[in-house]
Design a protein around this ligand. Sequence first.
Ligand SMILES: Nc1ncnc2c1ncn2[C@@H]1O[C@H](COP(=O)(O)OS(=O)(=O)O)[C@@H](OP(=O)(O)O)[C@H]1O
Ligand SMILES: Nc1ncnc2c1ncn2[C@@H]1O[C@H](COP(=O)(O)OP(=O)(O)O)[C@@H](O)[C@H]1O
Length: 169
Amino acid sequence: MVIWIIGLSGAGKTTLADAVVATARSGGAAVVLVDGDVIRETFGNDLGHSLEDRRRNAERIMRLCRWLDSQGVHVVCAILSLFPEHRKWMRENVKAYHEVYIDAPLHQLQARDVKGLYARYATGQTQQVAGLDLEFPEPEFPDTLIRNDGSETGLLDHATPLARLLMPA
Ligand SMILES: Nc1ncnc2c1ncn2[C@@H]1O[C@H](COP(=O)(O)OS(=O)(=O)O)[C@@H](OP(=O)(O)O)[C@H]1O
Ligand SMILES: Nc1ncnc2c1ncn2[C@@H]1O[C@H](COP(=O)(O)OP(=O)(O)O)[C@@H](O)[C@H]1O
């Protein structure tokens, strides 16, 4: 199975993905964590954040996830996932695809701004920020919809039910 965790920068994708993987492993599941940022670095940061590079990065990650899945390993992937056609491709090309959308209000992301991305946008140092000058089409049919209301505990409450999807019966 591939659990595909989508959301804007700072929504809590990595936080949730880490918890799902830790819980699933403790329950005996063979699972790999694929994080958009980490895969960029793993491949030598050869892609930036232009729309074209993001498309290529996402396509690389999709194929990597499908390949891992085909080897009998579960995958939890945390990715911004800008392109609706990619989500469709995953649903069509992975036998067991579970899409999770973390919907977090932009004002909270801007207030938290752990990576300083939104502050850099505000001062004009960074452009093409999803949710601001880059459209983020919301997933239409997520299998799990999480409204991140600002409570990290509330977010992590979803980790165990998701991890159970990966654990041996
Ligand atoms: N404009 C701009 N400039 C520099 N960096 C940016 C920019 N927009 C996003 N980010 C960072 O890229 C991370 C998202 O990358 P992903 O590989 O998950 O997805 S995608 O390529 O955006 O589709 C994202 O990581 P997360 O915060 O983990 O989502 C950001 O840290
Ligand atoms: N609901 C929340 N309340 C408080 N902090 C949160 C919440 N959700 C996420 N965080 C914090 O925000 C930061 C960004 O989360 P992260 O998982 O890296 O997001 P993403 O991977 O979507 O960019 C982390 O430091 C995390 O602890």
